[in-house]
Structures are given as structure tokens and as C-alpha cells.
Ligand binder design. Sequence first.
Ligand SMILES: Cc1cc2nc3c(=O)[nH]c(=O)nc-3n(C[C@H](O)[C@H](O)[C@H](O)COP(=O)(O)OP(=O)(O)OC[C@H]3O[C@@H](n4cnc5c(N)ncnc54)[C@H](O)[C@@H]3O)c2cc1C
Ligand code: FES
Ligand code: FES
Length: 1282
Amino acid sequence: PFAVHLSGTKYGCGVGGCGACTVMLSTYDPIAKKIRHHPANSCLLPISSLHGAAVTTVEGVGSIKNRINPIQERLAKCHGSQCGFCTPGMVMSIYALLRNHVKPSMEQIISALDGNLCRCTGYRPIIDSYASFEQTCCQLRGTGQCCLDQEELGCSSSVVIKLFILTFLKTYKSLSFPPQRIVQEQQRKTLIFCSKRTTWISPSTLKELLELKAKYPKAPLVVGNTSLGLKKNDCDAYHPVILHPLRIPEMQVFSITDDGIVIGAACCLAQLRDILMETIPKLPEEKTKIYQALLQQLRTLAGEQIRSMASLGGHVVSRGSAWDLNPILSAGKSVLNLASDGGKRQIFLNDQFLAGHKHADIEPKEVIVSVLIPYSTKDEFISAFRQADRQKNAFSIVNAGLRVLFSPGTDTIVDLSILYGGIGSTTLSARKSCEKLIGRQWNDQMLSEACKLVLEEISLPPSASGGKVEYRRTLLVSFLFRFYLEVLHGLHQMYPFRYAELSQDKMSALGMLQSGTHSCLQDVDPGQSPQDPVGRPVMHQSGIKHTTGEAVYIDDIRPVDGELSLAVVTSVKAHAKIKSIDISEALQVPGVINVVTAKDVPGKNGNDEEEAFAKDKVICVGQIICAVVAETLTQAKCGAKKVKIAYEDLQPVLTIKDAIKHNSYITKERKLEKGDIEKGFKSADKIIEGELHMGGQEHFYLETNSVLVIPRMEDKEMDVYVSTQHATDVQKLVASALNLQSNKIMCHTKRVGGAFGGKITKPSFFAVIAAVAANKTGRPVRFALERDMDMLITGGRHPFFGKYKVGFMKDGRIMAADFQCYINGGCTKDESELVIEYIVLKVDNAYNIPNLRVRGHACKTNLPSNTAFRGFGFPQAGLFVETCIVAVATKTGLPHEKVREINMYKGVNRTAFKEKFDAENLWKCWKECLVKSDYHSRKTKVEEFNRKNYWKKKGIAIIPMKFSVGFNATYFHQAGALVHIYLDGSVLVTHGGIELGQGIHTKMLQIASRELKIPLSYIHFCETSSTTVPNGKYTAGSVGTEINARAVQDACQILWKRLDPIRRKNPKGKWEDWISEAHKKSISLSATGYFKGYVTDMNWESKKGHAFPYFLYGAACSEVEIDCLTGAHKNIRTDIVMDASFSINPAIDIGQIEGAFIQGVGLYTLEEIYFSPEGEQLTLSPDTYKIPAVCDIPEQFHVYLLPNSCNSIAIYSSKGVGEAGFFLGSSVFFAIRDAVAAARKERGLPLDFTLNSPLTVERIRMACDDIFTKMCCEPWYTTCFQ
Ligand SMILES: Cc1cc2nc3c(=O)[nH]c(=O)nc-3n(C[C@H](O)[C@H](O)[C@H](O)COP(=O)(O)OP(=O)(O)OC[C@H]3O[C@@H](n4cnc5c(N)ncnc54)[C@H](O)[C@@H]3O)c2cc1C
Ligand code: FES
Ligand code: FES
């Protein structure tokens, strides 16, 4: 049958966590006679649930072929896409919002994007592009220019907005709900869908549902499938019968009764939110306390897609430990209306129901029809709290529902409920504690008794699953304290003469931190003459295709004839001998074609350092041992589960400390020395010593590793379509694995859905695995990794451990420093040698330390091999040296910025490895940043705020940066290009660089346009391929664009020169005339261009070198606010000044700076990888590993490019800014540290504390040591933690 192949919707995680798969569902409600539109994560949607629904994918919103929707156009033109993989999901979330609210508020826009992750852009341009649908905004706010008009400036934003709204309304009205679906829904027939294993029944009446439930008591009721659906990848977990109660009117009700609000169990959480928002203003305030608390939880619960799918009934029944509504529903005495074929009954949604006690639970034959959420009363107070790793779209670490009822007009407790989530396997109640407190007055004695009782009753042993034990215990009492104060505040408001007002100190404990609205400024030099695209904010070459979903990634390539799917079997042991591999059961799985192991590799199994298939021994959990190929992916995965491997355990080495103990290193020590360190220490007034630990980081590119291998019919040739930063390595490794010459392997990469260094070395191994499978079976093989597999196998940024000894004077001058740096390289060499070299070379950052010794060690452990990641060691090294600066500032009592200034490089200088550079622009950026951020006056305001607020603190930090661009060997910078001019005058540009989202091709087209003096519309880029430009180096190190640009420039200049005689003869002629004439004169219209590379070298023997082509400078100032009770923080404002010299494309460069900055914020404050004691990574999905989301960006985010700067080394005096912004994310880290220091100072705690990275909610909370942390921790805890 003809398949439509709508590949615009992307698959990023499969568990509802990333939003790449967002579609819009429209369903007809025959009772309300309304069509409901809502966003949904298609990865969790059972196909049978869609009967009667209209599904709009990104293709239905608009396409280049038909008509682009304003949402798509706006996003592309505002530079809201980079790699583009998240973009269709973003479009769909906003599309669904606009279908319901044509003029949404900023809050609605941000909340619509809660469930969509983007790893590239830093979200700012995405918000800005959609902010235009709000009434008051334009992207270039502050400049007076409208971002839509980059080609024709001058139209007012209000006209644009009106036009958009009109076009939008026109576009979507044409896509009305299919009338036949409305008729079908009105007929309300029972629907039954049968597959080989499962029957899906969607009854239309309650009676029928109850009969079915009586017949199939074990059958689940699937509504949103957001709980049950997470097990969909488990091929053994299936249900013979599934009931779908979505069409039952009684389960969709909403009514206001005398007792409270009744809501149908099949209503989704977004409906519940909307109902509450509508109802609350209509009721007396005292009746709405539970509704307000529910609303508060619903604002941060999951993303809009999940809120629109997940049902209230499903939420209540699945009783997840961290589910946010159950504690508050239970505290508020909600009632479940149940029905079965035996009749109706009501039960309380209380702690016993939540604990699953048989007498309090629903029977297998019963269903929840609706939930009664009662009104609150005058003398009742109800609050809900939650704290998660990330403010939104993250499961709570701990949540709580608390309620107290007083005897009328007093503060005597008549009834009390305290329930917590996130502690046990389900919501827990402190029932006994509450009983003991009945009759007590609401005062400090009661609070301290309550804390003691709760900590005794809600047990959390040190080994509790989920870890963070002290933090979770601290949250139990911190929430209790906040509730206590909220109630006191409420009592004062009700009875101002009887109950005192809270002091300012205590008031500061109230209220959770919430992100505000966002604004931004972009100050860019308008650039060249109007005809010349260089220097202009030209839209990403694929921008529109990203937004329409027409941009093709590897897994979007249509299935080819005979194609097989591949799934790998990975090691479950960190270090073991492989005793046997039994594939017999796997071969029995229907559809499985073969199992491929190391024995099937005809040539070399990997490279000199790393095996593609583990042969005799495994050296980490997640190492690939063999691969199962089958007709479908599901069959391949089932087959993989059936492979049995017997191991013989060996002793693993997992941590840096273990590796030091066992002398386990990947390379020799790297060492640099400058000055005389002993003398330096002797001359110092003081010496301090300390340590810093930093966790690693997952790349979390939205497109997981993917490869499609197609064997050709002749000469053993093979096409390899691969998502890589290094096509040459793929070609080399595949050829050597198949025992072929490289000239038989054709590698193709059109674009990559994000890489950040993670697709330099790893894709070659995935390509080898697929190629060996294709070679063995003679059929094409597709291998697209699931998110968990990608995260399990690939490794990421290197965890870091540094020890420092710093000697300094009383005035803050650092005289000497001795640094020992260690990274956890994992089980193979990969890029670890280069990373430790860069750490040693770059650790000085912006500081001139006269006597310096740095030693670097790359540890070999039994973790998945870590690899390149944006910044390549500098983010670790930079944080380390800044930690030393802070330690010196703390000891001397000087302002941090003063100590920075005293020690910063000045004028023309030399690095520790004797490379010369001029620090003038470092100072320019620093001073400009001080001015633009208004640092000094804001610092005063921060101090003022801190004096007034005990439980909330603000912090501010400004960080300078010297970033070395490129590589320390010339050959890394070489690049090639091929430019063809066709007879119609059109030009095809090819080069060795790969489009990772950084806009490399866009810039190449700008360069070709300038060099050939033709409009951009004449020039096209097709794909990066080993057949057109051979031997490309990897696209990385911030220089990918500029070195390939040199090659493109070279080719264009050769062609331009060839056309010289023709042009001279006909100077007024058109380009097309010249080309036609040149062809007639037999002038070749094709040229290769080549760039030999910047001359760089590093001699580790002499410890001297010209290690980097040039330096790039920057500075960033960030301000934050922390909540000392929970550890939450809010990014208030960031100002970045970057010395990008002459930017070829300021929109792209600013996008790179912002995107890198937010990734840096992720590394330093959010992203935490956990391993089991056996070396198995536990954080394998967006559920457990949190990258920054839209809620994490600064409310005000300003990026300025330093004007009047030049760089004689790079093309057109530009600079590579791909990585530099990353480290500036540390300004948020140090701003948080500043806030924590303010809290500690007020509490009389020592200030010479070290905070490790990432600075998560847990670390922040525990560092703000107070009575609550003391109640919960062993005395050793806080010191050892820091
Ligand atoms: C990515 C993601 C993020 C999330 N984030 C959060 C979060 O931040 N906070 C939070 O609280 N929760 C969160 N959740 C969990 C979510 O709230 C629950 O999964 C959801 O409420 C379950 O509802 P459902 O309709 O999807 O249940 P389903 O998966 O359809 O069903 C779950 C179970 O409930 C039973 N059931 C459903 N309806 C009835 C009924 N009427 N009568 C009897 N039994 C019934 C079914 O038999 C089934 O066993 C998240 C989930 C995902 C996937
Ligand atoms: S793929 Fe569906 S949410 Fe990630
Ligand atoms: S553009 Fe959003 S993930 Fe790449």
C-alpha cells in the first residue's frame, strides 16, 4: 500500500520527555458540541486511541510545497532553529496553543513550550519568535527594527502581528475537523480493534464499560497512556485486553455541587487546570484553597503535551511516588466516585487508598467515574509544594500536600493532614504525627514538635532508592516550615488583631520562585552594503525546512527495498571476560534474520584503541557485544533481549579516585611550568589548598546516533548515510572493517540533528556495526539508536577532579599556583589525551599567574569512553581556576571582581606555553560587560535585597574569558571545497564541513555569494560527501566554519579569476552571459579549493608552542535568586559581551553564543549523571537527566558583540564562536555561589566553602545550612558534601 511517510514529526526519546514528537489532536465532544484541540506526544499515543480524532502533524500546518504557516515562517526568520530536530515539535506546540488562544499571553506561550526541549538554541529566539503573537513584541526589541524585515526594514510590529493573526486564522480555518468524524462520534458506537496479541475496546456507555470491566477485571483502562505507555518498549509486557473509556460521558463531566467540584476521571489534567482557572474567580475565596493549591501544582507538572493527555483518573490510580496531585487531593479529602456492574459507591482518596490497602482500594471490577474535590472552609488552610531537579517538566524529588483545620476563630488544630510524595513507592502520610498534634496551638513549639514527629514517621533510610536522602529529609521539614508560615500569615490576614504579622525575615520564606517573562536585546553591527550578504543576519539555509519538517535526517530517509533494522546487545558488566554468547533463542524470534558478532567482521574490528564488537572481554557497561538484525525494529529489539551472555567478573575501576589508587591512566602526565613555583609560594602572604569535583555531561543531541547502510550491487560498494561530525573517519573504519579500500565506501551527511562533539568518534563504530550486518546479510541495514541506548553507550563530557594550592598576597595578587587536574576518560582513549592537553593549556583562562605548575592526567576506568564535548576541557579548566579566584577573594575579603581584575592578563603577554597574545580585547569585553550589566549598582541592590530577606538570597557574578580557538596541530585545520558553476549560472557549493545546526552551509553560501558577486539565490548546497570532497577533518573546535570557508573562498576565487578575461571583454554583461561565454571558450567551470590550515604546534618536551591560531575574549555577568529552603534558583539576568570580531552572520553567531551559554548553564547547575556502584549509568532518558528547558533561561538575556574588533587570521576578520559561550554559563554558577555565601554569612557559617558542580537544587539547599538541614543530617554530612 502507498505509505504517506510523514517524517516531519521527530522521535527524540520515546518517553514523553522531549516534545520532538508533538502533534495536535482534535477530538469532537458530542455533549459540548465542541472540537477540542490539544498537543500530544505521539510517542506515547496508541494508534487505536486515535479513532475519531484528527491528527495534525507539522506537514498539516504548512509546507514549502503548499504554503508556509506564519508560525513556521516566524520561527525560521527569527533564527529559532539551529539543527532543526526539535523544531517541528516547537511548531506543533505553538500551533495547538494558537488554535485555542489566538492572542495568547506570554505565560501561555512559555507554558505551551514547557514540554519541548531544544539542545541548540538556548530557547531565546524561539520565545521571541512567538512573542510576536503576544500583543506587544518584536524580536529586535530595543533596536526599533522588526526581525521579520531583515530584507526590507521599516514596517511596524503591530501591523505585522495583525497580519500574522489574520493569515493564521485563514490558514487554520481551511483545516476544519472532518465532518464525517463528527457524525461518527454522534453515533457513539463501541469500537473494537484487534491485533494478534491485544484487543482494544472503546465502549461508548458507562454500562458497557462496567460489563467489560466485570468480564476482564485485569484489563487496564488506558486514557492518556502516560503511565502505562512507558512500558511499551518492554516486549514481554502486554495486555490481552485494553479498555479505553475516553468516550464515556459520565467520565468527562464537570459540575459544581453543594460539596465541591466534580470532575470526570477521564478529563485530562489540562482540562482540570482550565476548569479550575475558570471556576476559582466565581467562588468565594475561602472555598477555593484546595483548587488554588492544585493549580499551583498543575503549572509545573510535566509539559503541556502530557498535561493534555494524562487523565485525572489515571493519575489517581497509577499512584506514582512523585505524582503531584495525589498528596493535595488526599489532604483536601477528595472523594472517588466508583462504579461497577454491582453498583456505585464512594471512597476517600486518602492515604490508605494511596498505599493500596485492600479495604480502601478500588476493586478490580470497579472504575473511577469521577472525583469530588470538596470546597475548603474559612478555618482551613491548604497548601501544596514540590521541588524537582528542574522547575518544570521534571518529576518532583519531593512534593507535599498539607492541610490544617482550626477550631473556628482560633489557632487550635482540629484536623491536620500531611502527605508527601517522592519518598516511598507511593504518596506517604504522616498520619500518626498529625493525630498527635491535634488540639495544639499553631506556634513555634508545635512546629518543632511537628518536624521531629514527621522525620521519625516518614522514614527514609540512608540506602533509600533515589538517593539524596538528607536533601529529601530536609525538604520534608522545609515544606512544613513554609506551610507553618503560610498559615500564620493567613491567620494574621483573617484576624489581624489576634495574630501578629510575620516579620520581613519570615515573609521571605513564602512563595516559590517562578520564572518571569523574558526579554532580550541583540546589538549587532548592521554590516555591509545591502547587496552583500556577509555580515548580515541571513536566515539558516534550512530554517524553513526545519519548521515545516521537510528537512531530512537519517531516520527520515524512506525505507529502501529489503531494509533490515538493527538492535544491539550491550554488556551489563563493567569489567568481565565473555565466557559465551548464546544466540539460539534470539534466532527463534519471528522476523529475526541474523545475529552479528565480532567473528563476522571480515577486516579490522574497530580501530587500534577500541573494538566495534567486544570479543573476549567487556570493559564497561553498555559496550556493544553483538547486534540482532530483523525485519522490524521491534523484532530486532525482542531478539536482542533473548541473547544470553555469560561473564566472568573482573575487578572494575570506576572513579577518578579509584584510578589514581590503581595507577590507571590513558596517557602520560601532561605538564606545564611557568616561573619558579617554589619561590612564588615563598613570597606569598598566604597559601590555600582545595579541591573541586565536576560531574560529566551528556551531549543529549536531539537526534540520536543514526546510520543507514545500503550495499550497492557492484564491486562491494556501499553507501553509508550517517549522522556524524567526521565522515572521513566513518569511511576509514567501515572500509577497514570490511577489508575494502576507502574508495568503495561513500559517506553522505546532509545534516546532523545536533552533535556538540558527541558525533566525532562514536558514529564510526555504529556505522561499522551496521555495515558488517549489511555485509553479512547482503541487505540494507538501518541502525537508529533509542535514546536510552545512545546515552548508555556513548559517554560524554569528562568528569573532572582538581586539586589546587594557591599562594597570594593580601592585596589579592596570586603569586603561585600548583594545579593537579584529573579527568575520567572511561575505558578507551578516544579524545581523552587531547582533552587533558587542552585542560593543561587553557587552565589559566584570563589570569596571569606568574609562577604556575599544571599537571594533567587522563584516568582509565571501566565507564563508557568519554569523548569530545563543546569546549573540549575548557569548561572544566575554567571553572577550576575561577574556583581558585573565589577562594582567594574569600580569604582576602576582597570583592571577587577586584581579585579577577588584579590577576587578569594585561597588554601584550605570553601564556604558560609561551604563546604571544594581546589582552586588549579581554579588557574591552570586561569593561563593556561591567557597564552593560550595570554591575556595581546591581551588586548594591543585591546586597540590599539580601539584608531584607533571610530565606531568599540573590547573587551576582561577572566572569572574564580568554578562549583559545582551534587545534594545536596544523593538519587539523585543513579543509577542501568543490564549487561547480552550471550552464544556467547556478552554483553548487560543496565542502568538507558538516551541518550540525551551526549554520555552516549558510555562511558558506554567504561567502560564495560575496566572492562570485552573485545573489544567494543562485547558490545551492546539497550534502557533505566523501565522494565530492575527500579527507575532511572533523567539524569541531569552533573552526569548522572558517577553515571550510577558506576552501570555498579559494575555489570561488579560482573560478572568478578564470572568468576574468570574459568579464573584461564584456564588463556590463550579466553573470549568465559570462558563464555561457566561458563554456563556449572551454573554460572549466568547476574548481576545488583548499586550505592548508593555520600553522599551530605544541611541543610537550620543551613545553612551548604556538598551540592555537588565535584567542577569543568575552565576559558575562549573571544575577540569580535562590530559595534557601528548597535550593531552587531563578536566572534573573545575563549580559554577555563577546569579541566575535567581524561576524559573518551575527544572527547565527549570537545563536551559537546563546545556545552554548545555556548548555553551560546545564553543565554547571542542572545536568547530573548517576552511576550504580557497579558502573551502570542510571540517567538514561529526559525523565532522569535534565537539560535546560525553556524555564531555565534568564528572564533578561542580553548578548552584545564587541564592536570595532578585528582578527587578521580568520576569513573576513571573523572569529569562531561555536564553543566560547559555553564557559560563560559558569557566571550563573558563581552567582549562585554568591547567593549561597550571603545565606551562610547571615547564618554565621564559614565562607571558605567549595561548591562542586553541578550546583543542583540539592547542593544549593544543603550548602544553605540551617536548623532544618541540621535536623536531617549527620553532622559530617554538610562538610563532606561540600
Ligand atoms: C513525560 C512525563 C512527565 C510527567 N511528569 C509528571 C509530573 O511532573 N508530575 C506528576 O504528578 N506526574 C507526572 N507524570 C505522570 C502523569 O501525571 C501520569 O502518568 C498520568 O496522570 C497518568 O494518567 P493517564 O491517563 O496517562 O494514565 P494511563 O497510563 O492511561 O493509565 C494508568 C493506570 O490508571 C488506570 N486508570 C486510568 N483511568 C482509570 C479509571 N477511571 N478508573 C480506574 N483505573 C483507571 C489504568 O488502568 C492504568 O493502570 C508524567 C508523565 C510523563 C510521561
Ligand atoms: S519522542 Fe516523544 S516526547 Fe520525546
Ligand atoms: S535546534 Fe533545537 S535541538 Fe537543535
